[in-house]
Design a protein around this ligand. Structure first.
Ligand code: E4P
Length: 217
């Protein structure tokens, strides 16, 4: 399972990269705004800065919602760095744009996936990744994991190359459950990733080992 971090915060990206387990980064306009990145020039430079930290794919989202605008923006984003994956919303013009990008060898991440039908369409259009939003479904009392399970079955039935990128991950159990189902990738905050490290019995055991070692000195 690939681990992506879902942030535009350079310090957090560096911390995850230093752990040695990071496979990529996802961003979105809200995450860019949270870091105070404004203006086309600064946004582009920020994507390049992210690419220079991480070894792996970096999703950069288009703002346009019409076909021509998505194509123009996507081409400009893809030209920034070879690690850039163009993130396109699940809308009619987005699907058409994903087909175009796919025909040009430009990789895409179809975002805001909330149903198996949407995932199927994006895969047929040639998306590199589809991003079902697990946490946001859970927020509205709908089983997000069940959606990922459905998409896994569909993609396996037809041997789609499109990777399931479980997004909107909120906590470590989301990551573990996605791994059990066979999501190809998960993207989540640094806190969910580092929470996987912790176990009270590890802390107790280590304290005991160190205390016993000290007795023998
Ligand atoms: C996915 O690519 C999105 O950036 C993200 O995972 C959304 O997560 P949220 O629901 O925590 O905002």
């Amino acid at each position: 399972m690939k681990f992506f971090i879902d942030t535009a915060n350079l310090e957090q990206i560096k911390e995850a990269q230093d752990l040695g387990i990071l496979d990529g980064v996802t961003t979105n306009p809200s995450l860019m705004a949270k870091e105070g990145i404004k203006g086309a020039k600064n946004v582009k430079q920020h994507y390049i800065d992210i690419c220079n930290i991480v070894d792996g794919d970096v999703s950069a989202e288009v703002i346009s919602t019409d076909y021509d605008g998505i194509i123009k923006e996507g081409l400009a984003l893809a030209a920034l760095h070879e690690q850039i994956v163009v993130k396109v919303p699940m809308i009619k013009d987005g699907i058409k744009a994903i087909r175009y990008f796919s025909s040009k060898g430009i990789r895409t991440n179809c975002t805001l996936i909330f149903s198996a039908g949407q995932a199927l369409l994006a895969a047929k259009a040639g998306a590199t990744y589809i991003s079902p939003f697990l946490g946001r479904l859970d927020d509205v009392s709908t089983d997000g994991l069940n959606l990922i399970e459905e998409i896994r079955i569909i993609f396996d039935n037809y041997l789609f190359d499109t990777e399931i990128l479980a997004a909107s991950i909120r906590h470590p159990m989301h990551i573990i459950n996605c791994a059990k189902i066979g999501a190809d990738v998960m993207t989540g905050p640094l806190s969910a990733i580092t929470a996987l490290i912790k176990h009270p019995l590890t802390d107790i055991g280590l304290a005991q080992f160190l205390a016993d070692h000290a007795k023998n000195k």
